[in-house]
Design a protein around this ligand. Structure first.
Ligand code: NFE
Ligand code: MG
Length: 570
């Protein structure tokens, strides 16, 4: 039977190859492979733990600062440092705005074109698009003239023969189901979102100095000095006004554009509420405490586990039950693979044993990916927006329950539809809406602290390494846009002895483990019909619904920081 190969999967970060076995027009088995070796993990060894975050956030340029947060939290945990409330709030604002921007970019720029046929937008009647737009939202850019202008822009691109950013689509594929007018609406919002996200992420310029990779983190707090009377302070009343305006713009864009678009497009693809289901096991470390907060009881996204789709109970997360296996990954562990290693004693010893190029298929019975296989209590888990919404829903978090119930009502659907490709897309949109609202709340909290002279933002208690114990170990968790992220650090003799990152896309995109259990991507492709094996759009739909980032997922480096020359497996 035919083996389908999609390599590289585009509109993602990093290098991902999917191989799928096709039987009777459906996918009977699938393999997910990270095909590029890169890395950061080992470069951290021997460094000052206070600077780990600067290196760690270079793991990725898409989720950028999430590795900085996980890193400072890991070192703060190891050295037992409490950070001031303002530092929590500023971190929430930086991370929350990252999540909102990242999710908007994912929906419009990385995923929408799997559902939206740009070429078909040319056949639309702009007056009808205008009617549809006004029936689903109050967004002001909704006139016939506006949509006609968008159509002219698209026509100009198509007529030029240089499709540029639209060049590699499967245009005309029979799986595209939207009426031309909805395609035009979505293309218009693709362009709007491109402009909006660029403007919005100036939040990072204000609070982090730059984007990507904000520069204001510190072990013990943040460098963003607060002073109500000092124009030169990073956080002063003018900054608050600026942040508040951007937070409001996020709320408006998400409420008036992103959410209505998802709710309008989803019913036109209702088959996808029962495809792409995946593992049914969900892990959420939880995050975004209210001020004062690494306290899980205050998390906006609750910590917990849901197994086998059973939303009647939420299981606790035991950090001791996390392991990474390398049975099917191009690494070797001292003492053999065993049942995987806990990240506190994790190892990163690369050893490529795959086929030499050119080759047609990976040797999937052996090792076939640069990603490790993270497991919880020996089980593969899905992480990410869907995991957050499922765990939050099952835990009874009121905001999450209201958001999910509202969407299910609008779609006239039952909670079971969450376990699907479209469920992943809807969950991402809903958490963006929740997050956009909280950005404003955090700006208010910061404003309140500022005006009451509560300006502490850095705790220097352990800044001097002579106050450290000879040996310390800790971990830091964060809910990054793509899911649960953990960094583990071991500090010895005042420098880093070992550093391990277990990353969301590694959980989701990792290969099989020693028991042959599939990872989340692999499981999600099973039973998916493929209409045209030469243009496997259906594979992209489900894989993109996870928002892959393989740069994050493979993040290791030669122990001496040298560049590797390894066979190019693409
Ligand atoms: Ni490179 Fe990342 C996020 C992290 S991915 S994008 O979100 O951590 O797995
Ligand atoms: Mg790792």
């Amino acid at each position: 039977m035919a083996r389908l190969v999609v390599d590289p999967v585009n509109r993602i970060e990093g290098h991902l190859r999917i191989e799928a076995q096709l039987e009777g027009g459906k996918i009977s088995d699938a393999w997910s492979s990270g095909t590029m070796f890169r890395g950061i993990e080992m470069i951290l060894q021997g460094r000052d733990p206070r600077e780990a975050w600067i290196w760690a956030q270079r793991i990725c340029g898409v989720c950028t600062m999430v590795h900085a947060i996980a890193s400072v939290r890991a070192v703060e945990n190891a050295l037992q440092i409490e950070v001031p409330d303002n530092a929590h709030i500023v971190r929430n604002l930086i991370a929350g705005s990252q999540m909102v921007q990242d999710h908007v970019i994912h929906f419009y720029h990385l995923h929408a074109l799997d559902w939206v046929d740009v070429a078909a937008a040319l056949k639309a009647d702009p007056a009808k698009t205008s009617q549809i737009a006004q029936s689903i939202s109050d967004y002001e850019k909704s006139s016939t003239t506006y949509f006609r202008g968008i159509q002219q822009r698209v026509k100009g691109v198509v007529d030029s023969g240089q499709l540029s950013l639209f060049a590699s689509g499967y245009w005309g594929h029979p799986a595209y189901k939207l009426p031309p007018e909805v395609n035009l609406l979505a293309v218009a919002h693709y362009l709007e979102a491109l402009a909006w996200q660029k403007d919005f992420i100036r939040i990072h310029a204000a609070l982090g100095g730059k984007n990507p990779h904000p520069q204001t983190f510190l072990v013990g707090g943040m460098t963003t000095a607060m002073d109500p009377n000092e124009p030169a302070a990073v956080i002063n009343p003018d900054t608050i006004t600026f942040l508040r305006d951007l937070a409001k713009s996020a709320r408006k864009f998400v409420d008036q554009v992103y959410i209505p678009d998802v709710l309008a497009i989803a019913p036109l693809y209702s088959d996808w509420f029962s495809r792409g289901e995946g593992l049914g096991n969900f892990l959420c470390y939880g995050d975004y405490g209210s001020s004062g907060a690494n306290d899980p009881s205050s998390f906006l996204f609750p910590r917990g586990i849901v197994m086998n789709h059973d939303i009647s109970k939420v299981l606790p997360v035991d950090p001791g039950k996390i392991t990474e296996a390398v049975d099917h990954s191009w690494y070797e562990y001292s003492g053999g693979n065993g049942n995987g290693k806990h990240p506190s004693v994790g190892e990163t010893n690369p050893k490529y044993t795959g086929p030499k190029p050119p080759f047609e298929q990976l040797d999937v019975d052996k090792k076939y990916s640069w990603l490790k296989s993270p497991r919880y209590d020996g089980k593969p888990m899905e992480v990410g927006p869907l995991a957050r919404m499922v765990v939050g829903y099952a835990a009874g978090q009121p905001e999450i329950r209201a958001a999910v119930n509202g969407a299910l009502k609008a779609l006239n659907a039952q909670p079971a539809v969450l376990f699907s490709t479209l469920g992943r897309i809807a969950a991402r949109a809903l958490e963006t809406q929740i997050m956009a609202k909280h950005l404003e709340d955090w700006v208010d909290e910061l404003d309140n602290n500022l005006s009451h002279g509560k300006t502490a933002i850095f705790n220097p208690v352990r800044w001097d390494p002579s106050t450290w114990p000879d040996h310390a170990a800790g971990y830091g968790w964060h809910e990054a846009p793509r899911g649960s992220l953990g960094h583990w650090v071991e500090i010895s003799g005042r420098s880093i002895k070992n550093y391990q990152a277990v990353v969301p896309s590694t959980w989701n995109a990792g290969p099989r483990d020693g028991q042959g259990q599939r990872g989340a991507y692999e499981a999600s492709l099973l039973n998916t019909p493929v209409a045209d094996p030469d243009r496997p759009l259906e594979i992209l739909r489900t894989i993109h619904s996870f928002d892959p980032c393989i740069a994050c997922a493979v993040h290791v480096l030669d122990a001496n920081g040298r560049r590797f020359t390894l066979p190019n497996v693409r």
